[in-house]
Ligand binder design. Structure first.
Ligand code: 26V
Length: 830
């Protein structure tokens, strides 16, 4: 891997030049004599940074274009990039903070207010999108030749409001006041077709005549490295109609009809997929995926040719990475470009495609495995469907040859599912076309080849591998937690800022009580800041000496926010029944903090949000608790809210049913910020425990093999509950309306669902969870021991840097394949 810097961080004269640029921009955006509004300052700062970033972008591109045979350019295709805010990262990377602060002081503006004025770029749902954003940061840091490719959604992930505790979704109009970071690329645009028909030419080649043609326009977001001048690019596509206005119709006075084509194009860009509950919604989603893939691959091919490289080298010089199956049309589109636009033969085109493509799976949830009805392909992507049929035909012939006589196997692995009304299985296409397929944590990668991809793993054993996730320590430690970062610098030096594995030096110092005390005071300051925010936004007073117990992530049944709530209700009941606490030792005060969005069509998840609110309302107002238990649901979870919450957490809840959470990445962010983890033996939490030492992680519950056995042998949740009076009391209170007195039956169905089915085994894990929470209480009462455990946690977190993750991808997945054997391939495309 080449990590040679293109240039150093902004030098002193460069900083002066940036400040001058900033002043000029600010003068333009500010009315004479007035204090500039935070938004104008943000705009000016972004403009100043953007100039330097654009220069670095040009230098980076020139260098990457000349890369040798040992290095490929990586194209990371993702429907989601959860970038969050950009200003703090940019000024950290450009070492601009001191100069900017000084400049702002002259205007009486605080940098903190300016940072808060920036809207989040929330173009993602959750972990998968945030991982893509962390990877961009590491792409830049490692100096890899890369392009991230996504869509420029007009509205991001919906904004979550709470009305009477119920989630309401509002559009996230994040571009309302412009997007100061985007660099428009006027020269770059591609036509993407949809629908129409395919004709056979006289020479046997196929010609696609699309009915609709959209133009993809490029907007670049530039991601700086922190240690040097290399940058990464996130190129996001926006759709425009080829003919934005039907002029004749307009002149006839048919104004709406005149704009219909542009409206159709706009619709494609409007929203990030919030749910899949309607057929129109699903069609639009498929169209978005095809648009992303086609524009990105046309861009790739054009750049490859512009670099003066032959098409035969395309797969060796370029990697195409599929972030889950959402861009899994890529192999079909690349085949189409190579066959129909560039005249290659099938075998050569397929060899190139196979060399280039790799795929990461991010979930084993069966409902998340994308399939599309064949009729949708016929309607939108007829040429791609032909190509997929031919890929499938060749693949199934190979299967029949290698495993003769097993037609059941053929049906199971076919890219076309014939049993549910003919559907295209996108994961099958991705697996068949990929050089490598990886999971995102060891357990997940193992379960992946044992369950959803078992047949493919037997057919292609060398294809499957694991790369455990990581997060960028720049955003998730240095920037969100300057207090802890300064403490680390003074305790072990600042090498950890360049190489996170240097955190291991803390292990030898974990027993130092003075260091523990300094750690505790850093934590206290973060908790005070969060408490002030909770007071301001929700009017709830929380005790900053209480244990901050945090679960923040998408709301989903498998993540078991409901198990957390069962514990809260149990604790509430136990505190009332026994005010002196277990064995008269008193109750360890706790503030339980939840945040997360429920998919808009996911009724069960929305009920959990409402229940959290209802329980909080009762508990927070009960004077008998004397403030020793609070439950807070912070609305509108997103990257920036996470950056504020995580440094303040004492305890991180990672309590998914074992075997369901592919990796988790929040778990890593918490541990890097000095929280201890209570968690199941699931996802990357397992590897965290192994790196930290199992004694310093609160592990509980059934493991994945026990979960599978219990389910296979017959799980009876009602029987489990009947054995545990304390659990029964919790369920009865919720089910009988103790937290919803105005509507006692509100949670009856939810409780019945647990007693009758409980597919995520909450009741089976309840007792161990509660017992483990008591162990947490006990350790918290001993600050010296707690702080030592926190330090040992930090010491073990070096492995979970996205820099390590991306370096593993570069070494094992994106390394150049051997040269292709020369092939005589007279066959043209067919
Ligand atoms: C989920 C949803 C839910 C709402 C509707 C739209 C939509 C679209 C896509 C998905 C896919 C979820 C896949 C995902 O985010 N997986 C997460 O990936 C993380 C990064 O690898 C990993 O840490 C998490 O464990 C895994 O859940």
């Amino acid at each position: 891997m080449d990590t040679a810097p293109a240039s150093a961080p902004a030098s002193a004269p460069a900083t002066d030049a940036l400040v001058a640029l900033f002043r000029r921009a600010l003068a333009v955006h500010t009315a004479e004599g007035r204090q500039p509004p935070a938004r104008a300052v943000l705009q000016a700062a972004a403009e100043a940074c953007r100039g330097l970033l654009a220069e670095r972008w040009a230098t980076t591109q020139a260098k990457d274009a000349k890369r040798g045979a040992g290095q490929r350019r990586v194209h990371y295709l993702s429907m989601e990039f959860l970038m969050g805010r950009a200003l703090r990262n940019a000024i950290a990377a450009l070492r601009l903070e001191p100069a900017l602060k000084e400049e702002l002081a002259r205007h009486g503006v605080s940098l903190a207010d300016v940072l808060e004025a920036e809207p989040d770029a929330a173009l993602g749902n959750g972990g998968l999108g945030r991982l893509a954003a962390c990877f961009l940061d590491s792409f830049a840091e490692l100096g890899l030749p890369t392009f991230g490719y996504g869509l420029r959604y007009r509205y991001g992930m919906f904004a979550q409001g709470l009305q009477d505790g119920m989630q309401v979704e509002r559009p996230d109009d994040w571009q309302r006041e412009g997007t100061p970071w985007d660099v428009e690329r006027p020269g770059i645009g591609f036509v993407v077709g949809f629908g129409g028909r395919v004709e056979a030419e006289a020479d046997g080649t196929r010609r696609w005549l699309p009915a609709e043609r959209l133009r993809a326009r490029a907007f670049d977001f530039i991601v700086p490295a922190h240690g040097h001048g290399h940058v990464a690019t996130l190129r996001q596509w926006e759709a425009r109609a080829e003919q934005p206005i039907d002029f004749a119709a307009f002149c006839r006075g048919e104004h709406a009809a005149a704009g219909a084509a542009q409206l159709a194009a706009d619709t494609l860009n409007w929203v990030l997929y919030p749910d899949d509950s309607t057929e129109e919604g699903r069609l639009l989603r498929l169209k978005q995926e095809a648009f992303l893939v086609s524009a990105s691959l046309q861009d790739l091919v054009a750049r490859h040719l512009a670099e003066g490289r032959p098409l035969s080298e395309l797969g060796r010089a370029n990697a195409i990475h599929l972030n889950d199956t959402h861009p899994a049309l890529a192999p079909a589109e690349l085949m189409r470009l190579l066959l129909d636009e560039h005249g290659l033969g099938w075998d050569e085109a397929w060899a190139i495609t196979r060399q280039a493509v790799a795929y990461t799976n991010h979930t084993l949830m069966p409902e998340a495995l994308e399939t599309w009805p064949v009729w949708m392909f016929e309607r939108l992507l007829p040429r791609h469907l032909e190509i997929i049929y031919r890929i499938n035909h060749a693949f199934l012939s190979e299967v029949r040859e290698r495993v003769p006589g097993d037609e059941a196997l053929v049906r199971r692995v076919s890219i076309i599912d014939e049993e549910h009304g003919r559907r295209v299985r996108m994961a099958a296409l991705a697996v068949v076309a990929s050089q490598r397929v990886n999971g995102v944590a060891k357990l997940h990668s193992q379960l992946m080849v044992e369950t959803i991809f078992a047949d493919y793993a037997r057919l292609f054993p060398g294809r499957f591998t694991n790369v455990t996730n990581g997060v960028t320590p720049r955003r998730w430690l240095q920037q969100c937690n300057p207090g802890l970062s300064a403490l680390l610098d003074s305790a072990i030096g600042d090498e950890w800022r360049r190489d996170l594995s240097a955190l291991s030096a803390l292990r030898g110092k974990a027993g130092d009580p003075a260091l523990g005390q300094r750690l505790a005071s850093v934590k206290r300051a973060s908790k005070q800041a969060l408490a002030a925010r909770i007071q301001r936004e929700l009017g709830i007073a929380v005790d900053t000496d209480s244990l901050f117990d945090v679960q923040i992530k998408r709301i989903h049944e498998y993540k078991r926010q409901l198990l957390n709530l069962l514990h809260v209700v149990h604790r509430y009941q136990a505190m009332l029944a026994n005010p002196e606490g277990p064995e008269g030792r008193g109750w360890t005060p706790r503030t339980v903090i939840l945040a997360g969005k429920a998919a808009s069509a996911y009724a069960a998840a929305k009920q959990i949000v409402r229940l959290a609110h209802d329980i909080g309302r009762v508990i927070n107002a009960d004077p008998r608790l004397e403030g020793r238990l609070k439950l807070v649901f912070l609305p509108n979870y997103g990257v920036s809210l996470a950056e504020a919450i995580i440094p303040a957490a004492d305890l991180s809840e990672q309590i998914s049913t074992a075997g369901t959470e592919a990796s988790g990445t929040g778990n890593m962010k918490f541990a890097m910020n000095g929280a201890l983890t209570i968690g199941t033996w699931d996802g990357a939490t397992i590897e965290m425990a192994q790196h930290i030492g199992e004694a310093d992680v609160f592990v509980f519950g059934l493991r994945a093999d026990a979960v599978a056995t219990l389910k296979a042998t017959g799980y009876d949740p009602r029987w489990v509950a009947a054995q545990q009076p304390a659990l029964m009391t919790v369920l009865e209170a919720i089910g009988n309306g103790a937290f919803s007195p105005g509507e006692p039956g509100r949670y009856r169905a939810l409780v019945d669902g647990l007693l009758n089915r409980d597919p995520y085994l909450l009741l089976a894990d309840f007792a161990d969870y509660v017992a483990t929470q008591s162990r947490v209480d006990a350790l918290y009462r001993d600050p010296v021991a707690w702080n030592a455990a926190v330090l040992r946690n930090l010491a073990g977190m070096g492995f979970f840097s996205a820099d390590r993750t991306v370096a593993e991808y570069a070494a094992h997945i994106w390394s150049p394949p051997p040269a292709m054997p020369p092939r005589a391939d007279p066959q043209r495309n067919a």
